[in-house]
Design a binder for this molecule. Structure first.
Ligand code: SF4
Length: 348
């Protein structure tokens, strides 16, 4: 992380720190609460069925509104913009948003998290619009397990073709996120490692989390990061790697034979709230300061009622300054049933 004073902050109060001294460096932008998948750990079909009332179009931020807010966050020190959802590629004309965000001075990393189902056709237009890289969620290479985890009847090949299209379009690195759920896909841990290392993708295993209120989370269903790493290490010996930057969510490991790296995001067994630099903007324009928060700060109302950038910046500074979130460090049997925003409303 650079220590030279940032020219954009000349004359400003400097980036806001929260109550634990953390800076906002990473903005996750949910562009829709809708998704064409029904992943069991995020949007189980039995609860979010065909007639579930998602946000009406009038209530979600327009691309210009998202870009304006993102510009303010970047002036406050945010360097990384991650486009997410729901499933962001179900929103029309997504390359237009990418083009707008890519034009913001100071964006050092512009990325997208997707289930990969639309990348066959969208990877090239997104790359042309200025997207740097993608993260694709893929929980198994076993077609039946893939369908069980994603809750839909779509062939795995569709996602694999999308991943290949992302690489062909020059979106790099391509990262693969795999949520591991005991009793469902732990048998896929080593096959996924073999596939990703042979193909040159960075695979990150994610401990199953108590996100939202609908996935029926139990601690017994969590495969700890240490167990995942031990399984992979037994097949392909690993060594620790330093984080790319302070606040990086994944613990990184390198294959001793030089065939690349993997990561593990162990929010349950090895929480990382201390350096959490992530802010989240929901599709309807609320600022959330934690993945497990119950409430956010409404930025859409002031935005649409004519408040200027300084006024919006003041609201963001106030919300971030009051932040003391560290849910994963405080997680216990008594926190599991607390109200929480759904993950698909703010992006993982
Ligand atoms: S639980 Fe909240 S504060 Fe902790 S790392 Fe996750 S988002 Fe950040």
């Amino acid at each position: 992380m650079s220590t030279t004073p940032d020219p954009r902050l000349q004359g400003h109060a400097g980036p806001p720190r929260d109550r634990l001294g953390r800076l906002p460096r990473d903005l996750r932008i949910s562009v829709t609460d809708r998704c064409n998948f029904r992943c069991t750990y995020c949007m189980p079909a039995e609860i979010f069925g065909r007639d579930f009332a998602f946000l009406p179009r009038s209530e979600i931020l327009r691309y210009e509104e998202i870009t304006r807010l993102a510009g303010i966050f970047v002036r406050l020190g945010v360097e990384k913009l991650r486009i997410t959802g729901g499933e962001p590629t179900v929103r029309r004309d997504l390359p237009d948003l990418v083009r707008q965000l890519a034009s913001i001075e100071g964006v050092r990393d512009l990325t997208l998290t997707t289930n990969g189902s639309a990348l066959r056709t969208l990877a090239a237009p997104l790359a042309d619009a200025g997207l740097h890289r993608v993260t694709v969620s893929l929980d198994s290479l076993d077609d039946a397990v893939f369908r069980a985890m994603s809750g839909i009847d779509m062939p795995l090949a569709r996602v694999l073709d999308g991943i290949a299209a992302a690489r062909a379009a020059g979106l790099a690195p391509v990262k693969i996120n795999m949520v591991v759920r005991r009793g469902v896909n732990e048998a896929s841990i080593v096959p996924m490692a073999r596939w990703a290392r042979d193909a040159g993708f960075i695979l990150r295993y994610i401990e199953y989390m108590d996100v939202g209120t609908a996935n029926g989370w139990r601690l017994d269903d969590v495969v700890p990061g240490a167990e995942i790493i031990a399984l992979v290490d037994a097949a392909f010996p690993l060594e620790d790697l330093q984080p790319n930057y302070a606040g990086e969510v994944a613990n990184r490991f390198r294959y001793l034979d030089g065939a690349g790296e993997i990561g593990v995001i162990a929010s349950v067994t090895a929480p990382f709230c201390g350096a959490c630099s992530r802010a989240r903007l929901s599709a309807e324009g609320e600022l959330f300061t934690c993945l497990f928060a119950a409430h956010g700060t409404d930025l859409r109302a002031p935005l649409r009622s004519g408040v200027d950038d300084a006024g919006l910046e003041a609201r963001i500074r106030a919300a971030w300054g009051a932040r003391d979130d560290r849910y994963s460090e405080l997680r216990s049997a008594s926190t599991v049933n607390l109200p929480r925003v759904e993950m698909f409303a703010i992006g993982g």
